[in-house]
Design a protein around this ligand. Structure first.
Ligand SMILES: NC(=O)c1ccc[n+]([C@@H]2O[C@H](COP(=O)([O-])OP(=O)(O)OC[C@H]3O[C@@H](n4cnc5c(N)ncnc54)[C@H](OP(=O)(O)O)[C@@H]3O)[C@@H](O)[C@H]2O)c1
Length: 244
């Protein structure tokens, strides 16, 4: 897809990968709207980049998703790209007592929100000559880390959803991308760590972005980045072996 002159909404654009995309798309001459739950994080981004548009929104809440859509439609009807990036990794242990609040939050944020937002925004996106939905899944969509089963299941669901959406929208102007990051050094998973300042490690956001932006500008619709490539390739190899 073209990477300039777009109007882009990035969910969870106030830190990590989302903020990285926001800064890169601003640099390339796009109008960028970011949303997130923490106002201080949004304000920090705005201080650094006065041209960025910020909106406080909790995408795990259906009412707030509807309100976000109505606000964008009213104020930025030229939107042509939706990046479903917001995600949480809570390390929910399903072999212990069922914490329905935690389970609900991880499912609502990681998979219900992309489903609902995509379905809301398609109407606006398909009226544009060129448009896109970019879903940020994970290498763990292809092979799960069993100590965080729910997170991985939401990402596998997002992968599957993206395949169907791409097929269903093939006769429209909307290109549907899946970007599957490897471990990237961000705040992700801090909710499940005692020391919130520690990261789970991984490559620098800039290294991730370089490859992700190449995939987006080159119309690579399903792009596993860095080490996530190995997980995707292995799964395909196994699938072919099992279904000979
Ligand atoms: N980092 C990795 O290793 C890695 C690997 C594979 C995939 N990913 C995926 O990449 C995406 C971005 O993650 P990241 O690594 O950049 O983590 P991050 O630094 O924690 O960023 C997550 C962003 O999502 C926002 N967010 C979380 N819940 C939200 C909600 N309910 N409503 C609105 N915004 C919400 C956060 O802001 P607030 O907290 O202020 O809401 C933050 O801006 C996620 O989907 C993640 O699963 C990351």
């Amino acid at each position: 897809m073209k990477t300039t002159n777009n109007t882009i909404l990035i969910t969870g654009g106030s830190s990590g990968i989302g903020l990285g995309f926001a800064e890169e798309f601003l640099r390339l001459g796009n109008k960028v709207i970011i949303c997130g739950r923490r106002e201080d994080k949004l304000n920090q981004a705005k201080e650094k980049h006065p041209e960025i548009i910020i909106k406080k929104c909790d995408v795990s809440d259906a009412g707030e998703r509807l309100e976000l859509f109505a606000w964008v439609k009213e104020n930025y009807p030229d939107i042509n790209v939706l990046i479903n990036n917001a995600g949480v990794q809570l390390g929910t242990d399903i072999t212990r007592s069922f914490d329905s609040k935690k389970v609900g939050l991880e499912i609502d944020t990681n998979i219900i929100a992309p489903i609902h937002l995509s379905s809301l925004f398609i109407e606006l996106l398909e009226s544009k000559k060129e448009s896109a939905i970019i879903n940020i899944s994970s290498g763990l969509a292809f092979a799960p880390l069993a100590f965080m089963p729910l997170y991985c299941a939401t990402k596998a669901a997002l992968h599957s959803l993206t395949l169907s959406l791409r097929h269903n929208l093939k006769n429209t102007s909307i290109k549907v991308f899946e970007i599957a990051p490897p471990a990237v050094d961000t705040e992700l998973g801090s909710d499940r760590r005692d020391d919130k300042s520690k990261s789970h490690g991984g490559i620098h956001v800039s290294e991730f972005l370089k490859e992700a932006m190449e995939a987006i500008s080159g119309d690579v619709f399903e792009a596993a980045i860095g080490q996530a490539k190995g997980l995707r390739a292995k799964r395909e190899e196994l699938f072919n072996m099992m279904n000979k």
